[in-house]
Every structure is written in C-alpha cells, then in structure tokens.
Ligand binder design. Structure first.
Ligand code: BGN
Length: 459
C-alpha cells in the first residue's frame, strides 16, 4: 500500500485549517448574537441596529451598547412579567418592533428621558434605563394615535365631576393620587395595554416571599398605591378586599395580582378591610366600609370589590372602570369554569363611584356566608341598570383553597333577607353603615384597616 508523502499531509492539513478559519469567520459574522444571557437571531439584531443607525445619525450606539440595551430591556420586561421562555421570545419580537416605532421627535428629546419625579406616590428614581425610555416612547406613541380618544376622555371626566357634585360625594385627603398638573405632562395610557401576556400559570399554593414581591413591583409605594410611571392612567381603581384570617391568601393575592394591575396600566391602591372580633363575617358591610374609607383617601373613579382567594388566570380580563356594574369572576376553577347561575354577582365586581352610590352599596344585614351578592344584584337591577361580564375565556380565576382557616358560617336568614331586599335598599347600605376603625396600618403593598362592625368586637 502507498502511504501519502509528508508533503501531501502538510498540504491537506493546510486546506483543512483554511476551511475551519473561513467557516468560523462566517459564523461570527452571520451567526446568532448573544445579549446578556440570551441569544437572538442575527437578522433581528441587524434590523434593530439598522433602524437605530437610520434614525439616529451620528448618535447611534455601537454593537456593544445596543446589545446591552436589548439585554436590559429583556431583563426588566421578563422580570416584570415573569415570562416563560416562549413568552420571552415574543418579548424579543416586541423589542425590535419598539425600536422601529421610535420617531424623530422622540430622538430629538434624547435617548434618556428623565423620569418625572414630581408625581405624588411614585417611587423616585434618578437613573433611567433604556427599557424605560422605550416603554415611555411606546406609551406616548399609542397615546398620540388615540388623540381623539383623549378628547372624549376629557369630556367624560368633566361629566364625572358634574355628577360628583350632584351626588355630593365627599372627598378628603387625596394624598396618593397624582395631581392634574403633574399628570398632564404624560400622554394618556393606551386603551390596550401593550405588555399584557394573556394566560397565566397560577400555583395557588405558592410560598410567597413578600420582599421578593416588593422588589418585582417597583413603583408600588408603601401602603399599596401605584400609578403607571410612563403614561397618564385612564382608570383610578380602589381594590377593596374584605378580610379576616386569610394571611396566606393575601400573600398569594399580592404575588399574582399586583403585577397584573401594573401591566393593565391602571392607577390603584389595595385596601384590605379586616373585621375585628368573632362575630359572623359580614362581607357586604366590610365592602361598604372599604369603599367609604377609600373614597376619603383618594379620588377613585371606581371600586373593585375583590375576594382575597380569587386569582386571575388571564391578564386580559381588565380591571378598568366599566360602563355598567361589572362581574369579573365569571369562570372559577372551583365551579369547573362555569357561571353558576345567570344572576351571580359575587366574587369580584367592579362599579364606578356613581353606580355604587346610586344603589346605596351593599346591604349591611347579611351576617355569615351567602346572599349579600344576590342582594347587590337586585339593587343594580332595581335601579334601572344591567350588569356586564367579560368573556369567560379571559375571566378565569383559580380559587386558593383553605389550609387551616375557619370557613364562614352559612347565614340561615339569607332567604328571608333576599325576599325583602328591594324594600330595604334605600335605607340599608352605604348611607347607614356603622363602624369604628380600631386599627390602620400601611404595609409594603397594601393598607389594612381593621374595623369593629356596629362598634362591636365580640358577639
Ligand atoms: C349562592 C349564594 C351566593 C354565592 C354563590 C356562589 C345564596 C342566597 C340564596 C339563594 N347565594 O348560592 O351568595 O356567592 O352561591 O358561592 O346563598
């Protein structure tokens, strides 16, 4: 057998080396690009880069800067949204879309928009990141596109004020709510919040670390107030939660629901209304108290009356102020995601201030489990309104099951109370609720108000 000579070996080796170098070069120039911990397709990177160069002559970032901007965007958006890998891929697509949406006007304003720190209730941050800039630009653009809607909104707000005066609603101490002057600098938030992710995975038994929740929800100030930092919210919603002995549920609620409210771009504050003592639980009365206390605390347009054990499974179910009283918890896992009956109005409802005052709130007479929500439904209908519901495909909730807490005692009087509901509604409700605040404490992400119903603690 003839073996190749050493010259042939050397020649062959050289050819192989040249091929390896060439292929390596091609890979470096054409292959994927690593940003932070992730990798994106080079064509996507080049699209973003090309756009930046086209629209920022003389000021375009080098590759390294651009890569770190993309990585920062990713980190903040995936942190905020707690995304799955698939969802993060969607986020990447959005990033390139966002870059393409940047306008000349925004460029002139500079790459870094200084965060407006004048808004009351905001967590001050002097440093801004490019992701914040991109987010604000995105909000601003959508807002501009909706100029007509803005005008309509202004008209709506004027009507609101007139109605308020008519109803003689008292409002004092609006401390957490952004003033008209400061919010006017921001454009109105888009009607369709751009960061919604759709269906959410909920672990009802999650062990929640509240410090982590706080970290993941920047901007929520002590006491549980939040306003979107990059746009003027269309809806100011007080979240009122009737409460007793459900600490674990409250943690799970904060963990899952606060990021949802933030993504929905509403201004909100969470009020937990705790019943003091050992009397039977009175959900209706606690909700009336919560609404009154919240209305004293801020200029809320609507009130969301929310059971602490219901966790939303799709963030497209919006907590915005409704045209008609709205039932949000349409499909609950406990009931096989079916509406139990057509007039069900329990779990989670949201009403504007006008609607709530018009029906005189809840009855105060339902002690123990059941009926107060059916009574509320009767009030709505008897005041000439109808209720609305979102699509059951998005209004899906998981009910956090009890671990060791006592369940509410069933109220045997609920049937007879219901039969006289409409006769009592004018004098039994918001206008007759009697209570004494025995404690008020601001926690990291909510305010808890403890109350003695009718002044009593024990029964
Ligand atoms: C109903 C309760 C509601 C409760 C739903 C869902 C009554 C009144 C007598 C008809 N109504 O039966 O309060 O929200 O179940 O659990 O008990």
């Amino acid at each position: 057998m003839n073996f190749p000579s050493s010259k042939m070996w050397l020649g062959g080796l050289t050819v192989v080396c040249v091929m390896v170098l060439l292929l390596g070069g091609v890979y470096v120039r054409m292959g994927p690009v690593t940003t932070g911990k992730r990798t994106i397709h080079r064509s996507r990177f080049l699209r973003i880069k090309g756009y930046q160069q086209l629209h920022s002559p003389g000021g375009s970032q080098n590759d390294k800067g651009l890569l770190s901007a993309i990585a920062t965007h990713w980190k903040s958006s995936s942190d905020a949204r707690n995304l799955s890998v698939k969802e993060q891929a969607v986020s990447t697509r959005n990033m390139s879309k966002e870059a393409q949406r940047t306008t000349d006007k925004e460029r002139n304003q500079g790459r870094t928009v200084t965060r407006d720190q004048n808004l009351k209730g905001r967590e001050g941050q002097s440093k801004t990141t490019s992701s914040q800039t991109v987010r604000r630009q995105k909000m601003s653009l959508v807002g501009q596109k909706e100029e007509q809607a803005v005008r309509k909104e202004n008209e709506r707000q004027t009507t609101h004020t007139t109605q308020k005066t008519k109803l003689q609603l008292t409002q004092v101490n609006h401390r957490p709510v952004a003033t008209k002057k400061s919010v006017s600098k921001l454009s109105l938030c888009p009607k369709k919040p751009p960061d919604l992710v759709g269906s959410l995975f909920i672990n009802a038994y999650a062990k929640v670390n509240l410090d982590e929740v706080k970290k993941k929800n920047p901007g929520v100030t002590f006491g549980g107030f939040y306003t979107p930092p990059d746009c003027q919210p269309r809806d100011r919603v007080a979240i009122v939660i009737p409460f007793r002995d459900r600490e674990e549920h409250l943690k799970v609620f904060q963990h899952y629901m606060i990021p949802v409210f933030r993504r929905q771009l509403i201004q909100f504050k969470i009020y937990v209304i705790e019943q003091a003592g050992n009397c039977d639980f009175n959900r209706g009365m606690l909700l009336n108290i919560g609404v009154l206390e919240a209305a004293k605390d801020g200029d809320w347009q609507c009130f969301c009356l929310h059971d602490v054990d219901l966790i939303l499974e799709n963030d497209r179910n919006l907590y915005t102020c409704p045209e008609r009283p709205k039932h949000l918890s349409v499909a609950v896992d406990k009931f096989n995601y079916r509406l139990l009956y057509s007039t069900l109005f329990g779990g989670i409802t949201i009403l504007t201030k006008e609607q709530y005052w018009k029906i005189n709130g809840y009855s105060n007479k339902y002690w123990g489990w059941g009926g107060e929500d059916d009574d509320l439904y009767k009030r709505v209908v008897n005041n000439g309104m109808t209720i609305m519901r979102p699509d059951a495909a998005v209004a899906r909730y998981k009910m956090v099951r009890g671990t060791h807490h006592k369940t509410s005692k069933i109220n045997p009087a609920r049937f007879s109370l219901l039969s006289t509901a409409t006769h009592r509604m004018k004098e039994d409700g918001l206008n007759s609720v009697s209570y004494k605040v025995t404690g008020r404490k601001e926690y990291q992400l909510y305010t808890k108000i403890t109350v003695a119903l009718n002044g009593h603690v024990n029964c």
